[in-house]
Design a binder for this molecule. Structure first.
Ligand code: PHE
Length: 471
C-alpha cells in the first residue's frame, strides 16, 4: 500500500465482529475443546481454561487489535517498524499458522465427509457409529480424498479472494450451529445416566491437575481464540478508529467460550450415558454427536446431522481461510510472490503435510519421531509451544518497546472511550503474562510425555530469534 493511501476498513461493526468471531469459532471450540477437556479431566480443565481465556487470552486479543490498528500494517510490518529484533515473533506466528493447517485440513475433511455420510446410514444403527469412524480414519484413501476436497475449497477461496460467499453462508450457519448445540445440549442432559457427565463437567476435581493440564488449557485458549499468529493484528489493522477495541475483544472471547462450553454440555452427558470414555481422543465429536442424532426419529436425526456437519464445516472454513490467508499474505508481502503462485505453492506443500498427518491417525499410527506421530508433533509444537510463546513475545514487546501513552491513546480512541482498567491491563501484559507463560510452559513441558518434541520447539524459537535479521 502506498503512503497516504487509506487502508481498507470493515464495512460495518458487525462485519468486524463476524470476521474475528469467524476466525475464532471453529473446530477448536467443538472438536478440539471436547477431546482436550475429556483427556484433561473435565471440570477443573474447563475452569482453568476459562480463567486463561478471560485473563491472558482477552489481554492478548486487546493487544493484537491495538497493535494492528496502530501500525496499520501486517503483523510482520507492525513489529519491523518498531524494532527489527522482534520480526521473528511475527515469523513465528506465520509458521504456526502453516503448521496448524497441516492438521486443520484433515479434520475439516472429516467434517466435510460427515455431511455426506449422514445420508449413507451414519445414524441408522447406533452400535455401528464407532466402527464407521474407526474404519473411516484408518482407511488409507478415504480421509485423504476428503482432505483434498477441503483443501481445494480453501485454495479456491484464498486465491480468488471470493470470501463473500462463505461469509454469507456463515451468517446464517453460525447461528444455526449455536441453536443446534442448544438443542443437542438439552437432549444430552435428558438422556438416562447423563448426570455423571454433568458432574464430570461441573464438579471440578483439582487433584488431577498438573503442569500438563494447565499448559493444555493455556494452549487451547490461544488456539481457540486465534491468538499468537498475528491474525487479530491483521484484523485490527482494518478496524475503524472509532471502534471500542476492548469491548469488541470481550464480545469475541465471550462468544468463543460460550460455544466451547455448549459443545461440552452437548457431548459429555451423552458420552457418559452411552458408557463411553471421556479420554477417547480426537474422534469424540464424530462418534458422540451422531449417536445423539440416532436417538431421534430417523428423518429428524438425518436433517439435524446434515445441518450440524454442514455448519461445523463452514465454521472450520472461516477459520482455515484466515490461517491460509495469513501465510499467503506473508509470501506476498515479504517474499514478493504473486497471490496465485503463493497459494499454489502452499497448496502443494500443505497437501503433503496433511497427508502425513492424516495417515498418522490410522494407517501410519506407529510411525513416530521423538515418540510422537506427525499429527501430534504439529499439535504439540503449535498449541503447546509456539502460540503461547508468540503471545509472550508480543506482551514483552508492548510492555518494554512501545510507549505506554501511545497504547493508552489507541485503546481509548484518543480519550473518546473509557478503558478504566488500562493500567492493570498494561502491567499485566508487561510483567505478569510473560512470567505466567514462562512458568506454565516450563511446568507443562517438564511433566509432559513429549518433552522431546516440546524442547525441540523451544530450541527452534531460540534459533529463529538468533537468525531473525535474515527474515
Ligand atoms: N480458532 C480456530 C478454531 O478454534 C482455529 C484457528 C487457530 C484459526 C488459529 C485461526 C488461527 O478452530
Amino acid at each position: 500500500m502506498k503512503k497516504g493511501e487509506k487502508r481498507e476498513q470493515w464495512g460495518s461493526k458487525l462485519g468486524f465482529i463476524l470476521a474475528a468471531a469467524g476466525s475464532a469459532v471453529g473446530l477448536g471450540n467443538i472438536w478440539k475443546f471436547s477431546y482436550t477437556a475429556g483427556e484433561n479431566g473435565g471440570g477443573a480443565f474447563i475452569i482453568i481454561y476459562l480463567l486463561m481465556a478471560f485473563s491472558i487470552g482477552l489481554s492478548i486479543m486487546i493487544g493484537e487489535f491495538a497493535l494492528g490498528r496502530m501500525a496499520q500494517s501486517s503483523p510482520i510490518g507492525a513489529y519491523k517498524n518498531i524494532d527489527k529484533r522482534f520480526t521473528f515473533a511475527g515469523v513465528l506466528g506465520v509458521l504456526s499458522a502453516f503448521l496448524i493447517l497441516g492438521f486443520y485440513f484433515v479434520i475439516g475433511g472429516w467434517s466435510l465427509a460427515y455431511i455426506f455420510k449422514t445420508f449413507d446410514g451414519l445414524i441408522s444403527n447406533t452400535d455401528a457409529i464407532g466402527d464407521i469412524f474407526g474404519n473411516f480414519v484408518s482407511d488409507p484413501f478415504e480421509p485423504i480424498f476428503w482432505l483434498f476436497v477441503y483443501l481445494a475449497i480453501n485454495i479456491a477461496i484464498v486465491s480468488k479472494g471470493v470470501k463473500d460467499g462463505i461469509e454469507k453462508l456463515a451468517k446464517f450457519l453460525m447461528p444455526a450451529l449455536f441453536i443446534l448445540l442448544i438443542i443437542l445440549s438439552i437432549r444430552s442432559i435428558t438422556l438416562p445416566g447423563a448426570s455423571k457427565g454433568l458432574e464430570f463437567l461441573f464438579k471440578p476435581d483439582f487433584s488431577t491437575v498438573d503442569g500438563t493440564v494447565v499448559l493444555a488449557a493455556l494452549g487451547q485458549a490461544f488456539f481457540s481464540l486465534s491468538l499468537g499468529m498475528g491474525i487479530m493484528i491483521t484484523y485490527g489493522s482494518y478496524i475503524n478508529k472509532k471502534e471500542n477495541l476492548v469491548k469488541n475483544s470481550l464480545i469475541v472471547v465471550t462468544i468463543d467460550s460460550l460455544i466451547a462450553i455448549l459443545a461440552g454440555v452437548a457431548i459429555f452427558p451423552a458420552l457418559f450415558s452411552f458408557g463411553m470414555e471421556p479420554a477417547a481422543g480426537p474422534g469424540l465429536v464424530f462418534v458422540v454427536v451422531p449417536k445423539i442424532f440416532a436417538n431421534y426419529n430417523i428423518v429428524i436425526g438425518v436433517i439435524m446431522s446434515f445441518i450440524f456437519f454442514l455448519a461445523l464445516t463452514v465454521a472450520a472454513l472461516t477459520s482455515s481461510v484466515s490461517l491460509l490467508e495469513t501465510v499467503t499474505s506473508y509470501l506476498i508481502d515479504e517474499k514478493k510472490m504473486e497471490r496465485k503462485k503463493a497459494v499454489g505453492l502452499l497448496g502443494v506443500v500443505l497437501a503433503i503435510l496433511s497427508v502425513l498427518s492424516s495417515l498418522s491417525m490410522g494407517y501410519m499410527s506407529n510411525a513416530k519421531i521423538l515418540g510422537a506421530t506427525v499429527f501430534d508433533i504439529l499439535d504439540l509444537l503449535t498449541d503447546k509451544i509456539f502460540l503461547a510463546i508468540a503471545g509472550m513475545l508480543m506482551a514483552i514487546f508492548m510492555g518494554f518497546f512501545m510507549k505506554k501513552s501511545d497504547l493508552r491513546k489507541e485503546l481509548t480512541n484518543e480519550g473518546k472511550v473509557k478503558f478504566r482498567l488500562f493500567n492493570i491491563w498494561f502491567y499485566f501484559m508487561k510483567y505478569i503474562i510473560p512470567i505466567l507463560i514462562a512458568i506454565v510452559a516450563f511446568m507443562g513441558i517438564s511433566s509432559s510425555e513429549n518433552t522431546g518434541v516440546m524442547a525441540f520447539g523451544i530450541f527452534f524459537i531460540v534459533i529463529l530469534g538468533l537468525i531473525s535479521k535474515e527474515m
